[in-house]
Design a binder for this molecule. Structure first.
Ligand code: PLP
Length: 398
C-alpha cells in the first residue's frame, strides 16, 4: 500500500474555506466580511505610502542578499523593542529583553511555544474562550495541552471577567496564559486597564506565564494606548512573552513580518534565552527573510516615514471606527429594534455581531454576505459602498 494510504484529509480551515466559497459565488453584490484583513473605502487592500517610500529607498541602493543572522535584522529587532516596550524602558536599557525577528505574528508565537516546551515541558496552556482559532492548534502542535479561560459572555454582550479571573486563580503555577494585548480576535472586546491590573495581580500571585499576542497594535485606540498593557506587565516586574505582528499595522500580510520578545530577569538571562530562541529558529527555518523586516525597520527608524506610518495607521483606525458608528446608525434606521450600540464599544477589526449561526448562513446563501458562523464580522471590510447592502441584508434576516 502507498505510504499515504491511511492519511486522513485534514479539516478545512473554516475561514479560508469561507474565502473559497466567496470567490466561487457569482452574486455581483457579494461582500466578504469573513477575512481578517483591512480594506480601504474602495474595498482595496492598501499599500501604505510609507511602505512604498521605504521600498523606493531600498531599490535606489540595491543590496546583495546574504543570509540574515538567525535572529534577524538587528536594527529591526531594536525598533520592535522600542515600539513594544518604549525606547526608554528600563528593561530595554538593561538588555533584559531578547527579541527575534519572526515570520509574522504566527511565527513569533510558534518560536515562543517551542522554546517554552523546552523550558517547561509539563506546562499547560490557557487561551481565551473564544480565541483566534490558530492559538489552540499552534500550542497543541508545540506539544502542550490547551484549555480555555472564560472570556466572552454572549448574554452580557461583553467579557465574563469574573469567570476569567476565577479560571486564572485556579490555574496551576507556570501555566502559560495567552492574552490578546488589544483588539481581541474574534470578539472585539478588550479588558479595561483596571481589569488588566487585576489580571496582572493574579498572574503574579499564581506565578503564571503571560504570553501577550499583539497582532493589532494601533487598530484600537492608538499605538501607545494599545500598547499600554505591556507597560503594566513590566511595571509589575513580570517576565513576559510578547509576539508582534506587522501584517495588519503595515498592511504587509504576505511579507510575514513579526517578532517575539521575551523579557528575562537579567541581561545574562536574556542572553541565554536568546541563544535558545536562535536554536529553535535554526532548526525550523534557519533564518528569516530580509524584505519585509527591512521595510518596517526603515519606516520605524526614519522620522518622516514613521510619522507617515502613524498617520496612515490612524486613518485605518478612524475608518474602522467610522464604519462601526455608521453600521449601528444604519441598522437602527433600518428598523432593527435591538440596541446594537455594543458594536461601537468593540475594538479593532472584528465584531461579534450577535447574529446567530442561522442568520449568518442566510446572509451567505441569500445575500452573498459572508461572515463566520459565530457571528464574527470584519468591520474593516465594510465601506461606504457596501454598507447599505449589508445593513439591508442584516435587516432582512433579523
Ligand atoms: N494573533 C492574532 C490574534 C491574529 O488575529 C492573527 C492574525 O489574524 C495573528 C496572531 C497572526 O498574524 P500574522 O498574520 O502576522 O501571522
Amino acid at each position: 500500500a502507498s505510504l499515504f494510504a491511511a492519511v486522513e484529509m485534514a479539516p478545512r480551515d473554516p475561514i479560508l474555506g469561507l474565502n473559497e466559497q466567496f470567490n466561487a459565488d457569482p452574486n455581483p453584490n457579494k461582500v466578504n466580511l469573513g477575512v481578517g484583513v483591512y480594506y480601504d473605502d474602495n474595498g482595496k487592500l492598501p499599500l501604505l505610502k510609507c511602505v512604498a517610500a521605504a521600498e523606493k529607498q531600498m531599490l535606489e541602493a540595491p543590496k546583495a542578499r546574504g543570509y540574515l543572522p538567525i535572529d534577524g535584522i538587528a536594527a529591526y529587532d531594536k525598533a520592535v523593542q522600542g515600539l513594544v516596550f518604549g525606547a526608554d524602558s528600563g528593561a530595554v536599557k538593561a538588555g533584559r529583553i531578547a527579541t527575534v525577528q519572526g515570520l509574522g505574528g504566527t511565527g513569533g508565537l510558534k518560536v515562543g511555544a517551542d522554546f517554552l516546551k523546552k523550558v517547561d515541558p509539563n506546562a499547560k496552556v490557557l487561551i481565551s474562550d473564544p480565541s483566534w482559532e490558530n492559538h489552540r492548534a499552534l500550542f497543541e502542535a508545540a506539544g502542550f495541552p490547551v484549555a480555555t479561560y472564560p472570556y466572552y459572555d454572549a448574554a452580557k454582550r461583553g467579557i465574563d471577567f469574573e469567570g476569567m479571573l476565577a479560571a486564572l486563580e485556579a490555574a496551576s503555577a507556570r501555566t502559560i496564559v495567552v492574552l490578546h494585548a488589544c483588539c481581541h480576535n474574534p470578539t472585539g472586546y478588550d479588558l479595561t486597564l483596571e481589569q488588566w491590573k487585576q489580571v496582572i495581580e493574579t498572574v503574579k500571585t499564581r506565578n503564571l506565564v503571560p504570553f501577550l499576542d499583539m497582532a493589532y497594535q494601533g487598530f484600537g485606540e492608538g499605538i501607545a494606548e494599545d500598547g499600554a498593557v505591556i507597560g503594566l506587565f513590566m511595571d509589575a516586574g513580570l517576565d513576559i512573552f510578547v509576539s508582534t505582528s506587522f501584517s495588519k499595522s503595515f498592511s504587509l500580510y504576505g511579507e510575514r513580518v513579526g517578532a517575539l520578545s521575551v523579557v528575562a530577569a537579567s541581561k545574562e538571562e536574556a542572553e541565554r534565552v536568546l541563544s535558545q530562541l536562535k536554536r529553535v529558529i535554526r532548526t525550523n527555518y534557519s533564518n528569516p527573510p530580509i524584505h519585509g523586516a527591512q521595510v518596517v525597520a526603515t519606516v520605524l527608524t526614519t522620522p518622516e516615514l514613521r510619522k507617515q506610518w502613524e498617520q496612515e495607521l490612524a486613518e485605518m483606525r478612524v475608518r474602522i471606527k467610522q464604519m462601526r458608528t455608521t453600521l449601528v446608525e444604519k441598522l437602527q434606521a433600518a428598523g432593527i429594534r435591538q440596541d446594537m450600540s455594543f458594536i461601537t464599544q468593540q475594538k479593532g477589526m472584528f465584531s461579534y455581531s450577535g447574529l446567530t449561526k442561522e442568520q449568518m448562513q442566510r446572509l451567505r446563501s441569500e445575500f452573498g454576505v459572508y461572515g463566520v458562523d459565530s457571528g464574527r464580522i470584519c468591520v474593516a471590510a465594510l465601506n461606504s459602498k457596501n454598507i447599505d447592502y449589508v445593513v439591508d441584508a442584516v435587516a432582512k434576516v433579523s
